[in-house]
Design a binder for this molecule. Structure first.
Ligand SMILES: [Zn+2]
Length: 59
């Protein structure tokens, strides 16, 4: 099961690899490692365990 995703920061547009905890699902708040502004991550898992993450600004 894949638990890292490639995220493009909605603030600074830096591309980052982000680890998603295997227990995590739903909405998470996480700060960008580059610009430290908060992301809202929406984590969904498919029946086959595939991970899909949407990122938006948490404000
Ligand atoms: Zn950023």
């Amino acid at each position: 099961m894949e638990d890292t995703v490639q995220i493009s920061c909605p603030y600074c547009f830096e591309s980052l690899e982000v680890y998603i905890d295997p227990q995590s699902e739903g909405e998470l708040i996480r700060d960008c490692d580059v610009c430290c502004r908060p992301w809202l991550l929406q984590v969904a898992r498919g029946v086959d365990g595939s991970l899909s993450v949407r990122v938006s600004r948490a404000q």
